[in-house]
Design a protein around this ligand. Structure first.
Ligand code: GLU
Length: 476
């Protein structure tokens, strides 16, 4: 950082607002409209007591921010962490609004946070906290299939979503659509196949798409295609571990991995399954045979690689380390991993940044599919799977007759299989990520933004949300 540079704002809310304002400055919308889009509609702050297993009482602080009501319900995960606060939750809610708009998921943005040291609580304690939090949201009309639909985020998962849907169903009068009050549920409780890995899969689809544009890859000094690219992933939680697996399956080489306890590196490639198995055995990724341990976890960000995937928390790439990033592509799988000033440094160094509001949208996209499934009460593929299979079989039979040979049962199985829920979910996610990428790239080029996809993404979100308000006739 040069001595003359202004100190970097540390709050995520300031970072998100800065990114918004940079894109807003490229538009001619009235200031009032832009202010309406940017500001958080409302934040509900809750304090409630809960009983520890030893009988003592503790007070829990929690929030739910609803950033935008331009579309309903509002949508966004619930974060359990010791360091959440109101500003962070508001910022994450804003990111959800932009994320949904960018990938055409018809929701407003929201986010929840519960300030607790998750690791020190038992499952029974977490259940009591979760059920009480869900009840508090219900009391104030912050949860419901058409009102606000939470989902997993950092520190929560299917188990917490199961407790939420069960709590909601026990108190609501609306029994018909109640399953749609929350997404990311276990499949037997109304969840959808493919939701768990959706954010990681979306990261791979977005990356694959970006890498397929030969012209852009040439501009940053890389060859086209994801295959053979050397990748570093920071964070092996639900998002990072699946992103790592999908990019590996697409032919990329994992040269570095980082977790809370440290980072590892192997120029020839790391065996992800082995690393994950080692971590579940020993509690650490360090000490995996064939890999070099790095003295500090943040050093993984500075490893020599083609693609860096920050998949942990916000504020990881800052003015302190942006100039040391050696990756040519930063693929933001986490929310807010790059500060606004660090982003400018990366751009100045001709690094392609795939922004969180686009690249991390896979989770909410599949949450949308889950919500639709819950409201329609039918599993995707149930109606058409067999019909399609039989049509394909008839077609193959006709082709076989024309060619004068029968297809083997194996060939028929491979070519005629009808889609099941997971196939449809994956294909819907792929379509969403590919379509949004091409939209952002075209918008960016038209606006003369070059490879600044963050500005293009924010611009796309602003246009789409502004159009809703304009159609409402609220603004001229
Ligand atoms: N927490 C996830 C996110 O930040 C998913 C939200 C959702 O599925 O509603 O995008």
């Amino acid at each position: 950082m040069s001595p003359a540079a202004a100190p970097e704002p540390t709050s995520l809310l300031e970072q998100v607002d800065q990114a918004f304002e940079k894109a807003a400055a490229l538009t001619s919308y009235p200031r009032g409209l832009l202010g309406q889009i940017r500001r958080c509609n409302g934040v509900y702050r809750i304090t409630f007591p809960f009983k520890r297993d030893d009988g003592s009482i503790e007070i829990v602080q929690a929030w739910r921010a609803e950033h935008s009501h331009h579309k309903l319900p509002t949508k966004g995960g619930i974060r359990y962490a010791e360091i959440v606060d109101e500003d962070e939750i508001s910022a994450l809610a804003a990111l959800m609004t932009y994320k949904c708009a960018i990938v055409d998921v018809p929701f407003g943005g929201a986010k929840g946070g519960v300030r607790i040291p998750v690791q020190s609580y038992s499952a029974a304690e977490l259940e009591r906290i979760t059920r009480r939090y869900a009840y508090e949201l219900y009391k104030k009309n912050f949860i419901g299939p058409g009102i606000g639909v939470p989902a997993p985020d950092y520190g929560t998962g299917e188990r917490e979503m199961a407790w939420i849907v069960d709590t909601y169903q026990s108190i609501t009068a609306d029994k018909l659509s109640s399953l749609a009050c929350v997404t990311g549920k276990p499949v037997p409780l109304g969840g959808i196949r493919g939701r768990r890995e959706a954010t990681g899969l979306g990261v791979m689809f977005g990356l694959r798409e970006a890498c397929s544009v030969a012209e852009d890859m040439k501009a940053i000094g890389l060859s086209a295609g994801l295959e053979g690219k050397r990748v570093v992933v920071q964070g092996l939680g639900n998002v990072g571990s699946h992103a790592a697996r999908f990019v590996r399956d697409a032919g990329a080489i994992l040269v570095g991995l980082a977790e809370r306890e440290g980072a590892i590196h192997a120029e020839g490639g790391l065996d992800l399954d082995r690393v994950l198995a080692h971590r579940s055995e020993t509690g650490s990724i360090l000490g995996v045979p064939g890999a070099t341990d790095l003295p500090r976890t943040d050093l993984a960000l500075e490893l020599d690689c083609d693609i860096l995937v920050p998949a942990a928390l916000e504020n990881q790439i800052t003015v302190e380390n942006a100039a040391k990033i050696r990756a040519r592509i930063v693929a933001e799988a986490a929310n807010g991993p790059t500060t606004a000033a660090a982003h400018e440094i990366l751009l100045g160094r001709n690094v392609l940044v795939l922004p969180d509001v686009y690249l991390g949208a896979g989770g909410v996209t599949v949450s949308y599919f889950e919500w639709v499934k819950n409201l329609s009460h039918v599993r995707f593929g149930r109606l058409e799977k067999r019909y399609e299979q039989q049509s394909h079989q008839r077609l193959l039979h006709g082709i076989g007759a024309f060619l004068g040979r029968d297809f083997t049962p194996g060939e028929v199985e491979a070519m005629a299989r009808g889609p099941d829920e997971e196939d449809i979910v994956r294909s819907g996610l792929e379509e969403t990520m590919i379509r949004a990428y091409s939209e952002l790239r075209t918008l960016g080029l038209r606006a003369g933004l070059g490879l600044d996809l963050r500005k293009a993404s924010m611009l796309s979100a602003i246009h789409k949300i502004a159009r809703c308000y304009e159609d409402l006739g609220i603004f001229p």
